[in-house]
Design a protein around this ligand. Structure first.
Ligand SMILES: [Ca+2]
Ligand SMILES: [Ca+2]
Length: 213
């Protein structure tokens, strides 16, 4: 007897039936989910790339800033050295420091890089430097920074951040100076200088640029 094709036993299981006969709507949903998953993966990749790029830019800027800061500090130290050497040459020439006031020979003298003693080093002052020797050549300041500028008739030498340098001279002639950074130590020598640094505050030593270190 021939099998009845309508018999239930001959029909495929319902699950297989469903998968084999997935509706267009469900297929579209599957495709959409697949696309969304792909987009999410791509978005994640892009985010990672952007983060890496941002880190690279940040690192590059840090390196650049450090390089520029180092370069500025080197220029600052070079100017301090110029002033110290010029003051030393003045001392050799005139057997005294280029100081206008009566000098207390019991203590050392601290002053800023401005006024008549700077003019004397430049050969622009008669009473301290009657031979008008030019002991140093200094550049003009730009935007009020790193170089010479005039305040009234006064010559002012400013650091890369616009502040006059601090200069200490061994006016008590013991060939040493109390370290302004650490009162328990002394610096061996006749002339030292320091800059207040980028924060323009001489009391914050972390950023100060010093001729002795
Ligand atoms: Ca001294
Ligand atoms: Ca400082």
């Amino acid at each position: 007897m021939a099998e009845d094709p309508t018999e239930l036993d001959n029909l495929p299981p319902q699950d297989e039936q469903a998968s084999e006969t997935e509706s267009p709507l469900e297929m579209a949903k599957d495709a959409q989910i697949s696309r969304m998953a792909g987009c999410a993966k791509l978005g994640g990749c892009l985010l990672k790339i952007m983060l890496v790029l941002a880190l690279l830019v940040w690192a590059q800027r840090c390196i650049q800033t450090r390089r520029e800061g180092g370069s500025v500090n080197v220029k600052c130290k070079t100017t301090m050295q110029d002033i110290m050497i010029a003051t030393g040459h003045f001392h050799t020439e005139y057997k005294r420091f280029p100081l206008p006031m009566p000098v207390d020979e019991k203590v050392d003298t601290t002053l800023r890089s401005r006024g008549v003693w700077v003019a004397a080093l430049l050969g622009l002052e008669d009473s301290l430097n009657p031979r008008k020797i030019k002991f140093v050549d200094l550049p003009e300041a730009r935007d009020g920074k790193r170089g010479l500028l005039k305040e009234g008739t006064e010559q002012v030498l400013v650091d890369p951040w616009g502040e006059p340098y601090h200069v200490i001279m061994d006016t008590n002639a013991d060939n040493s100076i109390a370290n302004p950074e650490d009162a328990t130590k002394v610096l061996d020598g006749k002339i030292f200088s320091y800059s207040s640094g980028p924060d323009r505050d001489p009391k914050t030593w972390e950023d100060n640029v010093c001729s002795w270190r």
